[in-house]
Design a protein around this ligand. Sequence first.
Ligand code: F6R
Length: 800
Amino acid sequence: MCGIFGYANYGVGQPIQAILDTLFDGLQRLEYRGYDSAGVCVDAPAGEPGARCPLVIKHQGKISDLRVRAAEVLEENTLFAGELYSTHVGIGHTRWATHGPPNATNSHPHVNGPDGEFVVVHNGIITNHATLKPFLAKNGAVFVSDTDTEVVPHLCEYLWKKRGGKVSLGQLAMEVCSRLEGAYALLIRSARYPNELVACKQGSPLVYGLKRRDPAAANGATNGDATGRDQGGAVSSASRLSASLLGAGGAGTEFWLASDSAALLTHTRDVVVLEDGDLLHVDAYGRPHVFNSLAMTSRTLAKADMADLEVKREGRKIEAEVESIMKGGYDHYMQKEIHEQPKTLADTMRGRVVLDGKPFKPVKSSAPDVIFSGHFIDPCESASLFSGSNIAAASGAEGGFELPSRIGGKKARAKEPTPAGALFSGALLGAAAAATAAPDKAAAPASAGFMEEGIPAAGESEPFIKLGGLSDHVEGILRCRRIVFIACGTSYHACLVARKTLEEFAAMPVVVELAGDFMDREAPVFRDDTCVFVSQSGETADTLRALEYAKAKGALCVGITNTVGSAISNATHCGVHLNAGFEIGVASTKAYTSQIVALTMMALLLGADSRAKMPKRIAAMRALARLPDDAREVLELDASMHKLAEQLKDAQSLIFFGRGYNFSTALEAALKVKEVALIHSEGINAGEMKHGPLALVDENLPIVVIATQDAMHRKMESVIQQLLARSAKLVILCNTGDDAMTQFEGRGCTLIRVPRTVDALQPIINIIPLQLLSYHLTTLRGFNVDQPRNLAKSVTVTED
Ligand code: F6R
């Protein structure tokens, strides 16, 4: 959805073109979120020496169009020539239309009037805009757009006047926020407060980073006063201090602010993730202060002393490499992300799948990080995108949550302070985690059953799963009445796989819910439920709303997300991060397979006490270890999938049949095809075939049947026979070496052969060629792969 990017330089001389380039590059890093228009606000020379006025440039369409528009503006205004901005605040925005159509007027930034006393960019929704608008209009505000956002600059101006101008920008913005309802991340700059910047967050993500140049060198550039007219030269980038000075600021400092840390990565790795209620105020000298007003009302706020509201926010280090946000030789992000899966699957398992028994032979060695021989790689190194440095601080904020205690099956409650490591960090795994997850060796001597192939004999240590983010809650989850998985889209499909895995390995009752539908029904949730929220972005509004709802009902809330510091990872009691790296293509690919891996590990962990299931569990862990290699093997089908896409690219419709574990594969493949290739597509449970869908079958409709050798194999073979009896045009996805399927080749079917793995993991292997198929269908049909029409990467608004 919308993206925000800001850049402020204090005593660091920059020509306007460099400032604009920084803003445009930052916005381009946020393009993946989805947008239909964009805009920026910078200072323009106002004629008098040193005088500046805000210049807003907005455009419907791509950022490349906005760049062209900005170049025209610069060319038209000769005053820009040779101008060096020692101190400057620039803000930018990508808009995904919700209130009003995509056009330049509705694009951000929004201003309170032609003089732009207050200029605002916003991500989220101001739900009380309809109440504020008439009130502000009655007080002189003139609205020009259809947006909810426009109330914000008008409210700034209204309150500023009401306070007779005797208010700091930080205090003013806090008062404005106290009157807003909904979700927002805001950047506010103001001609009334030259060179100051405010960033506020409530419900929508916002991060900032800063870097300070060598003070000595910066001094040369800061002869300009706080109001910003440059009198010195620019500082060369060579004089930059690499050390981060978060919290310092002042002369020689640059700030970058964005909706997503990926947009900051080329500038700095040291970021602060703002929390709900936070307000960052950078004063005219480049000094940052963070305040939090969550506990205040608009009434108490008016009398509050800002100093009392100041809070300390720790910096985090972005561990990801700059390459992770580049296409790395691929044509598209989606293509890169599909091909990255051998690595991302390994990253999700790194330090979490512990294989130590002798029967395990290291596979091909292409995924050495997953195959351990009796030692752990400390997950601190990789378990989160950020170092765990401020997880403790975050956990402090959540430490008072009451967690359900299910001792003896009774609904007792205990105050369990969430320990630092338990708040969603694979980062703080300790011996305790291993102890929880590992089967109790003393209590479980090797029995006859353990002599099966692959099962460690007495004395050999058993493999186990180690999920530090869950370790303190395993007991609680095991005692719960049921597990409720809640998610949207692709993440929901991963939950469908998890339902079967939990049933199979942990024999637990599981319900899977679409977050939106769950909230529409206001489905019953009990305090002895465990609710698991699965979300790549960690920001999906429907999932977040369901999380708030379940938390209010007293359920234990577990998060599975790919985004450290996201709303869902912050708001859940515990959870697992995917560690799959930034996913930039709008269509989720690598996050989906990592979600299945994370959920499988969770099921194996929860089932660790069952001795009867141990052979199965060990087979699954061995299969997990082989998974990166299996994924690598299946990616070799790329050329065949391209060929198949050439045959199918003109199809009107494409059907996927699957059942059991692979019902999810059918749904996910159909979603990929419809969202990027823009072909009507349906995933159908093959068990339902005779209850309606069979009527569609003829010699024209292409059908992909997922018939790998899992528990559904025989049934799927029968499905194929029935479809062929109706002259269906079939593509069969089956396992290498499955002779039963060879017969169909002679009957006009196309076979896709994939490596065999355990049933629970087969959906991971099966989806990869279908991801490739949807990718190639899209490029062959000439559509935008990474930003499909009408779609946004993180859906941060709900329908109401
Ligand atoms: C499809 C896709 C979406 C998301 C859905 C939930 O490729 O990406 O269906 O899965 O919008 O998003 P997250 O997982 O971020 O909650």
